[in-house]
Design a protein around this ligand. Structure first.
Ligand code: ADP
Length: 481
């Protein structure tokens, strides 16, 4: 089977969040199952300046864009015979400091950038004479593709047998832009209806994917149900209910080659389920990095996240005093919205020695937090899948999460009576509910034997990509009939 995998970020080349990890783990797992995979993603500045052995193809592709023939370059990194990453180069769109926008807000021309990218991905395929059976598109940045395949100059006989799959990694990001982009997209004006991609008078890229893809998936079973409700649907729940028959939830996997405390180059000392002694050293190092001065035996809560509303920052800010009262210290790594940078910075100054905050994107520090913390905090308002809780299970760092989306599907409340469970969960999105589960966690932390068996349960987790890849493969096979 031939697969084109279109994504706006892919680790280790470019990353703002979980999509990048999926775009490295899933293609590799599919290739291991015998699928021929070509991943297409933009050549951002970070990719071009990174240390990757890219080869740039001599020939270029063309996209007719705003009345001009725009040429684009394709660079390639061949990882294995059946797995290559192709990078779409066009400097005016992608040679920038960030992927989607600065901390002050989105780039003003994101519609142009990702219309170009989507059309370029298809043009590059034709340049490569690669006729995929399936085009698997991810999130709004690639969601016009199912519509382009069926209804545009790109819907050439070349694509006749190709089917499309859209994966929604986060429904809150939809790519909603002015109707004026319809002609830029190359799609016929008659698709601008309620049944098509119109959304309250504007164009909605993600809706185009939902309506025109042959299958829709999202990244956990619970999130697949949640997005069909008004609370989580961000205005698209009605459309999703209409397409419910073609919507499936498939949980993301973990790339254990990068996330395993027994073999992690970023952490102070390796450890495993059978020998946890190194974890204490990882904690010491983490406390040092953050300048914590409380008792070394205090439970240490860690958090790594994009600093956006979704991640539960408002209830964390409200719950801080209650959390500190339990005796726990807190370290946070993240970047995102300016207002949270400021508020968290102020928090760290106010509670110097007990709370540490680093603003920035730092992969090595993310690994150190996974290894060095005792408890990993994810009080998300919603969480399509969430990767960090799965990483933290492997690191014996107990996830404390709100019961939503993939967090609900991967974390089970520890029951001291039966000794079953791998973490702590709360339902109501509120500071008191968060504090009460921190109390449960820190109380259990004091019972060393109990805690040790909880850690052992957690480290048994296995979310390898192979399981998810087999589910995607059988979904592709069903789509192809
Ligand atoms: P989301 O996709 O919503 O950002 P996930 O939990 O699915 O959330 O994935 C987040 C990924 O991004 C994880 O691999 C996490 O370690 C990483 N990450 C997020 N913020 C940072 C940061 N500031 N520095 C390093 N890694 C980060």
């Amino acid at each position: 089977m031939k697969l084109l995998f279109v994504t706006s970020e892919a680790a280790p080349y470019s990353k703002t969040g979980g999509l990048a990890d999926v775009s490295s783990g899933l293609p590799a797992a599919l290739a291991a199952l015998g699928v021929q995979v070509k991943v297409v993603t933009p050549l951002y500045r970070a990719v071009a300046e990174g240390d990757h052995p890219l080869a740039t193809l001599k020939s270029t592709f063309q996209v007719n864009f705003r009345g001009r023939e725009l040429h684009g370059r394709v660079s390639v990194h061949r990882l294995q015979p059946d797995l290559s990453y192709y990078f779409i180069g066009r400097d005016e769109f992608f040679d920038r400091s960030f992927l989607y926008g600065t901390p002050q807000g989105d780039y003003f021309d994101n519609a142009d950038r990702f219309i170009f990218f989507s059309r370029a991905a298809l043009a590059a395929c034709r340049l490569l004479r690669f006729r995929p059976d399936i085009v698997h598109c991810h999130d709004w940045q690639a969601a016009l593709i199912p519509a382009l395949l069926k209804h545009s100059p790109e819907s050439h006989p070349f694509w006749q047998k190709t089917r499309s799959v859209l994966t929604i990694h986060n429904l809150a990001y939809q790519g909603v832009f002015s109707q004026e982009y319809m002609p830029v997209s190359g799609l016929p004006p008659d698709l601008f209806t309620m049944e098509g991609l119109e959304f309250y008078g504007q164009m909605n890229f993600l809706k185009a994917g939902i309506v025109f893809a042959d299958r829709i998936t999202t990244v956990s079973k619970t999130y697949a149900k949640e997005i069909c409700t008004p609370e989580f649907g961000y205005g698209l729940d009605g459309v999703l209910r209409q397409h419910k028959a073609s919507l499936t939830g498939i949980l993301n996997g973990v790339d254990y080659a990068s996330w395993d405390p027994a073999d992690d180059p970023h952490i102070a000392r390796h450890y495993s389920r059978s020998d946890l002694s190194g974890k204490l050293l990882c904690k010491q190092e983490l406390r040092q990095i953050y300048g914590l001065t409380g008792l070394p035996g205090n439970p240490l809560i860690g958090m790594v996240a994009r600093l956006v509303e979704q991640k539960g920052l408002d209830i964390i800010l409200e719950a801080v005093d209650g959390i500190l009262k339990t005796g726990a210290d807190l370290v946070i790594l993240g970047s995102g919205e300016d207002r949270y940078h400021k508020e968290l910075g102020a928090l760290a100054r106010r509670h110097k020695g007990r709370i540490g905050v680093r603003i920035g994107f730092d992969q090595a520090l993310a690994h150190k937090i996974e290894a060095g913390a005792d408890i990993f905090l994810m009080p998300s308002r919603y969480e399509p899948c969430g990767l960090n809780q799965m990483y933290s299970l492997k690191y014996g760092t107990i996830p404390l999460v709100r019961a939503t989306g993939g967090l609900e599907d991967t974390v089970r409340e520890f029951d001291p009576k039966t000794g079953r469970g791998n973490g702590f969960k709360f339902k109501t999105y509120s500071a008191p509910a968060l504090i009460s589960s921190v109390r449960r966690a820190t109380a259990l932390y004091k019972q060393k034997d109990m805690w040790a068996s909880l850690v052992k349960n957690a480290m048994r987790a296995d979310f390898s990509w192979d399981t998810a890849a087999r589910k995607y493969l059988s979904l592709y096979e069903r789509v192809l009939g």
